[in-house]
Design a protein around this ligand. Structure first.
Ligand code: PGA
Length: 250
């Protein structure tokens, strides 16, 4: 089942998404949160930090697993997703850094790293709430459009459009790594609850395709149509092409 919240703008989207995550943290203080990187979740993390600073959230028992990481980047590299998480959330709240997990981009043994990550998620008892952004080509995590849904954590070769989209964070486009480790669609799908956040007109077409089009690995996010508990929080611009009947709350 999919519930969609429509918010006025990025700020509203971030506030709503943070409130949903905060509810999990309050109700289940030892939750396993699946986290995401990219431009979309930055505001959500800022709101979580504010709530923590106000004394309303305690992350001391929270465990986290991130969706993905670039291959070849060390966690101290400011373009790595480990660095992103440390600087955008972890360093600002009372989470135990040993309880935070990101695939190890330095591990050149892809098979071993992917197996390690899947085993780790299993050992944590699975993901309670998975936060997702939506790629312009319909990817979730780094599960790129493909001919089949990948079940487990795997190493992907990034598509040209993803490299182009992510080059905005790098000095030069050729600096964007071409490979990444990502949770599989199967890994993501096992999460108890999924929270997808989307902002901006640039995501309107792909969001409509993902939610109203056929379920196909060519649009990886379309698999969310089958998940029993999906919450989507979007701003007006991102949701503007969806059929109104899908939208739960204004
Ligand atoms: P964005 O990326 O939040 O930077 O738009 C989303 C994604 O690629 O998953």
């Amino acid at each position: 089942m999919i519930t969609i919240y429509k918010e006025k703008d990025y700020e509203g989207m971030s506030r709503r998404a943070a409130n949903i995550i905060a509810a999990h943290v309050i109700l289940e203080p030892a939750s396993v949160l699946g986290l995401a990187t990219g431009g979309t979740p930055v505001g959500t993390y800022q709101r979580l930090i504010s709530m923590y600073n106000d004394g309303d959230l305690d992350f001391s028992e929270i465990r986290t697993v991130n969706l993905d990481e670039y291959c070849g980047l060390d966690g101290t590299n400011d373009q790595s997703y480990r660095y992103f998480m440390d600087t955008n959330l972890f360093k600002h709240v009372n989470i135990d850094i040993d309880n935070t997990n990101v695939p190890d981009g330095r591990n050149t043994d892809a098979k071993a790293e992917c197996l390690r990550y899947d085993t780790l998620i299993e050992d944590l008892g699975g993901i309670d709430l998975q936060l997702l952004g939506l790629g312009g080509n319909g990817h979730i995590g780094f599960n790129e459009p493909d001919s089949a849904f990948a079940k487990h954590t795997h190493c992907v070769t990034l598509k040209k459009d993803t490299i182009e989209a992510n080059s905005r964070f790098f000095d030069r486009p050729e600096d964007v790594p071409t490979k990444a480790y990502t949770m599989g669609i199967g890994t993501i799908f096992m999460a108890g609850r999924i929270l997808l956040i989307v902002s901006g007109e640039g995501k309107a077409d792909i969001l409509k395709e993902a939610l109203e089009g056929p379920i196909t690995p060519a649009v990886p996010a379309s698999i969310l149509q089958l998940h029993p508990d999906v919450t989507i929080v979007g701003d007006e611009a991102a949701l503007k092409k969806l059929s109104d009947k899908l939208i739960y709350s204004l």
